[in-house]
Design a protein around this ligand. Structure first.
Ligand code: IPE
Length: 256
């Protein structure tokens, strides 16, 4: 069987790989399972030239560190350095889990791709690594610009998908897709209005917008990149997708 996705960006949500309500706590069971699923796929298709980028979010590392910094009247460079440090600590744990699964991960901090500000990112470092057969691991991060600016992992995942011409962009969350008011997965979403306001997980320390923002960004990307299939899935859904089965929510703009 051919790879269901030959060029793929996987974004691991922060609330999937950390315990969102416990500061600086990794959800080891979910992180190991994610690494196992990605590792199995990588080992199966690497020789066919699979292109893979992994992105992760902040969860109870990044969001909590930003929340702590924002208790201060003025956020200075040292506060941003602390945010970058905890994100790097989380990335090292994600990288170690993937390397144990024989995925040749190279960590590229989000702040190294977007050093100036959001919307001014340069992904050539990421592309160069993909071309050489490495698997870039990047992550939502903070940069200093008269205070802290957050670069979300979702934005980086979308940028990475366009940079490597991905045929699949998969957001892995701890919910099985976009849920309707009754908690049932909506298999196909083509408008942010289909996302009920309460969909997703606890948003107490989520500073980057939750499910609706994710869907809005993904749909606006899909208008320009029709060949990229975008999914929101949980870990079970990721496993199914990578076996070539249908899972979670497919996001695509209505064709006009
Ligand atoms: C946030 O990244 C990064 C920081 C808070 C520094 P994301 O917005 O991608 O994180 P999650 O996936 O929602 O936790």
């Amino acid at each position: 069987m051919h790879a269901p996705c030959k060029s793929i960006v996987v974004k691991l949500g922060g609330s999937l790989i950390t315990e969102k309500d416990k500061p600086y706590t990794i959800a080891w069971d979910r992180l190991s399972r994610a690494a196992r699923i990605i590792g199995t796929y990588y080992r199966r298709y690497a020789e066919e030239g699979l292109r893979l980028v992994v992105v992760h979010g902040g969860g109870s590392y990044g969001h909590y560190a930003v929340h702590e910094a924002r208790q201060k009247v003025v956020i200075d460079q040292l506060d941003v350095a602390r945010i970058q440090l905890v994100m790097n600590e989380l990335a090292i744990k994600v990288a170690r889990s993937l390397i144990e699964e024989k995925v040749p991960v190279t960590i590229i901090p989000g702040h190294a791709l977007c050093p100036k500000r959001k919307g001014r990112c340069n992904l050539s470092l990421l592309i160069e690594n993909v071309v050489r057969g490495m698997v870039p691991l990047t992550y939502g991060d903070g940069i200093y610009n008269e205070g802290v600016v957050i670069i979300s992992g979702d934005d980086l995942a979308i940028l990475a998908a366009s940079a490597i011409n991905a045929d699949c962009l998969v957001f892995v969350s701890n919910v099985p897709g976009v849920l309707d008011e009754d908690g049932v997965v909506i298999p196909h979403v083509s408008s942010p209005n289909q996302v009920p306001d309460l969909t997703g997980t606890s948003n107490r320390v989520d500073l980057t917008g939750g499910m609706k923002a994710k869907v809005e960004k993904a749909l606006s990307f899909s208008r320009d990149y029709e060949d990229t299939r975008i999914f929101i899935v949980d870990l079970e859904g990721l496993e199914k997708l990578l076996r070539g089965e249908r899972a979670g929510t497919l996001l695509s703009s209505p064709s006009d």
